[in-house]
Ligand binder design. Sequence first.
Ligand SMILES: *[C@@H]1O[C@H](CO)[C@@H](O)[C@H](O)[C@H]1NC(C)=O
Ligand SMILES: *[C@@H]1O[C@H](CO)[C@@H](O)[C@H](O)[C@H]1NC(C)=O
Ligand SMILES: *[C@@H]1O[C@H](CO)[C@@H](O)[C@H](O)[C@H]1NC(C)=O
Length: 327
Amino acid sequence: MELLQALCCTLLLLLARMQVLLAVSWEDWWTYDGISGPAFWGLINPEWSLCNKGRRQSPVNLEPQRLLFDPNLRPMHIDKHRISGLITNTGHSVIFTAGNDTVANYDGMQTPVNISGGPLSYRYRFHEIHMHYGLNDQFGSEHSVEGYTFPAEIQIFGYNSQLYANFSDALNRAQGIVGVSILLQLGDLSNAELRMLTDQLERIRYGGDEAFVKRLSIRGLLPDTDHYMTYDGSTTAPACHETVTWVVLNKPIYITKQQLHALRRLMQGSPDHPKAPLGNNYRPPQPLLHRPIRTNIDFKTTKSNGKAACPTMYREVYYKATSWKQN
Ligand SMILES: *[C@@H]1O[C@H](CO)[C@@H](O)[C@H](O)[C@H]1NC(C)=O
Ligand SMILES: *[C@@H]1O[C@H](CO)[C@@H](O)[C@H](O)[C@H]1NC(C)=O
Ligand SMILES: *[C@@H]1O[C@H](CO)[C@@H](O)[C@H](O)[C@H]1NC(C)=O
């Protein structure tokens, strides 16, 4: 096994050299399977070493018995106004990116969508949405709950706009990124905003294709819940930067069979070299190690049988507040 890895590594380094000579983008050089798959991302490019060496990586499997109730966690806030942008088949994923001023000008100037509250100490600005999905219904999501994977997951990314100038600048900086994860469950009736995205899929059949999406509400993608789980992790594709505060919402939204079918018709490559269908674009779960997963779900008060199912971060109260009232 180690020999094989060493061999692959040499091969990849060789390929990497060639690639520099050919000035091809690194982006073309990682995949979700084979010798350029997740186990090798950190070996392909020295700038991606965290993908193999990092100890705060994402996604993770969320184990209910590891959840810690934290009474300091507030509800998440995401602005509800609509924005326009581009949906792109990148060959790795389907991505919606908020229009910059040039793109937004189709629709007039647009107000940025702020993301704040929850576990966040700063105000973040919405940047893009990534879609991960399986080629069959058993797999697709990156985050899993008690080992259960969903057919798809939508990740909403924002950057810390109080500290940093833009998304790419924030990617490798402290407290740079927030990732809001929404798990997708198969259902008969889709979330309406999700449909606005999947309605464009026919126009982005091949890698590199993009289409304009008008007036999407990011907040409208969210399920109807204030409950979430949060932990510190990384981006789930190279370069695996460990700068992401993850917020996984505790309720799925719904996607139909037809929408999943439309996603699975997308191709990774161009019309003359379509390569494989786009899908199964999920990174396997990474070790949690000693990271806590906090939640604002107070199982003590939400469980009807009164049994505490979740340990708490409530500290013991050593000091009772004294009365400051002067009588
Ligand atoms: C805005 O986005 C378009 C489409 O992605 C791109 O071609 C253009 O260079 C961008 N403009 C700026 C100022 O970033
Ligand atoms: C988002 O935050 C910026 C910076 O504080 C603010 O100017 C803007 O009004 C906020 N957007 C909304 C919709 O509240
Ligand atoms: C992002 O901000 C950095 C730092 O201000 C700047 O150097 C860089 O050109 C910006 N990148 C984009 C894509 O706007």
